[in-house]
Design a protein around this ligand. Structure first.
Ligand code: PEP
Ligand code: MN
Length: 338
């Protein structure tokens, strides 16, 4: 931690700051510049609250040198984490595509879409059975009935299932049917839920919160890693900004930032990031070019009548065209899409 002092900090104030730092267990390196004095506080304390120093008289600012997350950090584990689920790898050279409807709506719907997914070469089928909707009057998902249907459709076409878990009470039920837990944006900092998922056997895809910083997102991943679940992947799905033309603002730069800071795979979700069908393919292509380890894309054969997120769902033929384009981009950057 680096403590920068005010230009006019008095000797007494500096003594007081040094005393506090020593009491907190830091060893001190003082550097007297022409303009400013800087104190280097040495000691690894990932959860130290820097405000305890920032409020002291004579302090101009305090900067952290090391990140507060450890197990999620690239310095803890240099090599990329590769998550293996049946014959699917997430985080390796091959791009992991996930596609399917926003919500599981019926047996006919999920079977139709599972066939589209499988025929495109995509290995992971998405579909929500428990839906976090902004309105209590909107469709809330089919619950266990939906889980049974997505499992049946996935088994028919040899696919892996990812579905959202909204609360602790759903964990055991969902684990009976799914292969990957999805934590939705609204639950990124539901610490009791993510702690429990850290003890679960299945991999987890952690979506970035609506206004989650990259550090907060990685700290949430850290919660699960600290509980023993090493199979955690992140998902950039757009953040809330002042911009209104898109549902969210797709933070494409989060992909290289996370890759630099962490070894965990990063999936991109251009469907929720943009909210409109015509913007999904361009942002999907951009995400692969930016180094995403996979994509999550919503598709629907009859989006006008979809029970949720129809306007952002790609039609099956649009999805197939996109997969062909992604294959070319993957090759251009030394990755595969099989
Ligand atoms: C979803 O994937 O259907 C979903 C609700 O996503 P998010 O949590 O990103 O809004
Ligand atoms: Mn959706």
């Amino acid at each position: 931690m680096v403590v920068v002092l005010e230009n006019n900090a008095t000797d007494e104030e500096i003594q007081n700051i040094v005393g506090h730092l020593e009491n907190f267990g830091f060893s001190i390196h003082k550097s007297q510049g022409v303009q400013r004095t800087i104190i280097g506080a040495i000691g690894v304390k990932p959860d130290f609250d820097t405000r305890k120093i920032r409020i002291l008289k004579g302090v101009y600012d305090v900067y952290r040198v090391t990140a507060p997350f450890k197990l999620a950090s690239r310095s803890f584990k240099e090599l990329d984490t590769v998550i293996k689920i049946k014959d699917v790898e997430i985080g390796g050279k091959n791009l992991a595509l996930m596609a399917g409807p926003c919500s599981i709506e019926s047996e006919e719907q999920i079977f139709k879409l599972a066939e589209v997914v499988a025929k495109s070469g995509t290995k992971i089928l998405r579909g929500g059975a428990f839906k976090p909707r902004s309105s209590p009057y909107s469709f809330q998902g089919m619950g266990e009935e939906g889980l049974k249907l997505i499992r049946k459709a996935a088994d028919e076409f040899g696919l892996v299932v990812i579905t959202e878990v909204m609360e602790i009470a759903q964990i055991d039920l969902i684990a009976k049917y799914a292969d990957i837990f999805q934590v939705g944006a609204r639950n990124m900092q539901n610490f009791s839920l993510i702690k429990e998922l850290g003890k679960a056997k299945l991999p987890v895809m952690l979506k970035r919160g609506l206004s989650g910083t990259i550090e907060e997102w990685l700290m949430s991943a850290e919660y699960m890693l600290a509980q023993g679940n090493k199979n955690v992947m992140l998902c950039e799905r757009g953040i809330r900004t002042f911009e209104k033309y898109t549902r969210n603002t797709f933070d494409l730069s989060a992909i290289p930032v996370v890759h630099k800071k962490s070894h965990l795979p990063v999936i991109a979700d251009p469907s929720h990031a943009t909210g409109l069908r015509d913007q999904v393919a361009p942002m999907a292509r951009a995400a692969v070019a930016a180094g995403a380890d996979g994509l999550m894309i919503e598709i629907h054969h009859d989006p006008e009548n979809a029970l949720s997120d129809g306007p952002q769902a790609l039609l099956p033929e649009q999805y197939n065209t996109l997969v062909g384009e992604l294959r070319l981009i993957a090759q251009a950057i030394g990755r595969d899409l099989v």
